[in-house]
Ligand binder design. Sequence first.
Ligand SMILES: O=P(O)(O)OC[C@H]1O[C@H](O[C@H]2O[C@H](CO)[C@@H](O)[C@H](O)[C@H]2O)[C@H](O)[C@@H](O)[C@@H]1O
Ligand SMILES: O=c1ccn([C@@H]2O[C@H](COP(=O)(O)OP(=O)(O)O)[C@@H](O)[C@H]2O)c(=O)[nH]1
Length: 512
Amino acid sequence: MNAAQASGGRLVVVSNRVAMPREVATGGLASAMRAALAERGGLWFGWSGKVTERPQMHRSHEGGIDYVTIDLDRADYCDYYAGFANRALWPLFHYRPDLVDYQRSHLEGYLRVNRLFAQKLAKLLRPDDVLWVHDYHLIPLAAMLRELGVRNRIGFFLHIPLPAAELLIVLPRHRELLGTLASYDLVGLHTVRDLRALENYFLHEIGGAMRPGGRLRAPDGRVFQAGVFPISIDTAAVAQAARDSVKLPAVQQLKESVQDRALIIGVDRLDYSKGLPQRFAAFAQLLEETPELRQQVIYLQIAPPSRSDVPEYRNLRRELERAAGHINGKYATPDWVPIRYVNQSFPHEVLSGYYRAARVGLVTPLRDGMNLVAKEYVASQNPEDPGVLVLSRFAGAAQELGDTLLVNPADLTEVTEALVRALSMSLRERKARWRAMMDVLEKHDLTAWRESFLEALYATRLVQAPSPAQAPAAAPPSAQSAPPAAAPAPRASSSQSKVAKRPLAAPSRRHE
Ligand SMILES: O=P(O)(O)OC[C@H]1O[C@H](O[C@H]2O[C@H](CO)[C@@H](O)[C@H](O)[C@H]2O)[C@H](O)[C@@H](O)[C@@H]1O
Ligand SMILES: O=c1ccn([C@@H]2O[C@H](COP(=O)(O)OP(=O)(O)O)[C@@H](O)[C@H]2O)c(=O)[nH]1
């Protein structure tokens, strides 16, 4: 039993995306948290995925998990999700400042929805609950909960990359927004590179200071812990699902249609961060430069549409349709089509069978927080005849899966050469590389990720204070920015603080 279980407190997960039972969860965060909560039970709070005129709150209980979700009205959805989160934060954090479309109204909507989440959630909390907030949609949530008097332990995990400070400062009001990270007890990131970016930003842009043990002190004295926690998959379950997948008609049909050709597979949300145009171009280059492979390979790209209300995503879809049509038109023969481009999502069981049927897993994002598909591909392989992963060095997964073929996705020739190498790799080398990566994934699986994060969250402080269920509705001012009890820190003088005095706040919208 770990510290979190020993406490007896509920785990309360808060994320924009909630994977409801029986829904296909296309997105790493949703699939990972569903598995984590299924193991331990708890409450999952977030957006229902619905956009309605009259937003409602929905409650249900299944498989040991309480689900509480809220709808968004059109304005909130547009400003918060399709606006600030996915047109400002997402492109910037994925090193695409050229795609950032910052609008003040979007930021206001983002703050409005965070405040709405804080108000609804605060009423549901118990004193010993441990909160785990996820991702870039909800950066200021802890600060807003603290304003409402919530003193519970709150951890935050960023699922996407944290870019260098030079990029973060492009965001208007970045100090006010990112400074609120100090209201968490623990901030987790996927890689050491992300952690260094956070430390560097806090030191040089916020005016914070490093404290012993990987803690950071904000200018107002708040201290929080920061650490690296690479997310993972339920390795044993994925491997078992892949073994069982032979029975699935969908998997049998794919294998029959491929016959004895080599299958290359890609599985990605239709997102510009995933490097799909470059990947299609690399595959075209492979066919052009290696004519002997024509007829011998099939590239299956599964790409469920994502964030279609954001123009860049719609443009990408059109671009890929054109590219796939062009490549197939040029190289296809009456009995062979080189690219199978599928804008549909599949359940995990089917995907694991598809991964196992593929000689090559092609995962070439331009930037990616982690990329769980890379890990799922490895875990799904047949140990006696494993396929080869070709992986972008800019995916967080590359930090752990160094035994794969690492490529720079912008270098089409490098990707093409890696594909040739993967397709011709000896069984002996494939087995050796696969075993090394599987050792990593068996040790660092989803349970290990969750436990290490929660252990670290528990270690941040020892004293619990009452939650709003017991505390007055509005906490006294002194409680609002108190540093963690086990980590008291001197308060900086107000002149030292680079964080703007005006708090990030927006009028809250009525919500029924
Ligand atoms: O919720 P959506 O807007 O439909 O997007 C799906 C998710 O995409 C992102 O996933 C990230 O989390 C993965 C797990 O840590 C990680 O492997 C991947 O690299 C990230 O891109 C996003 O961060 C989630 O919030 C979304 O739910
Ligand atoms: O048709 C699909 C496509 C993707 N996924 C899942 O969606 C997640 C994608 O996570 P990843 O970290 O690779 O990228 P993200 O989409 O979160 O950026 C993985 O668990 C995939 O198995 C799925 O279940 N069905």
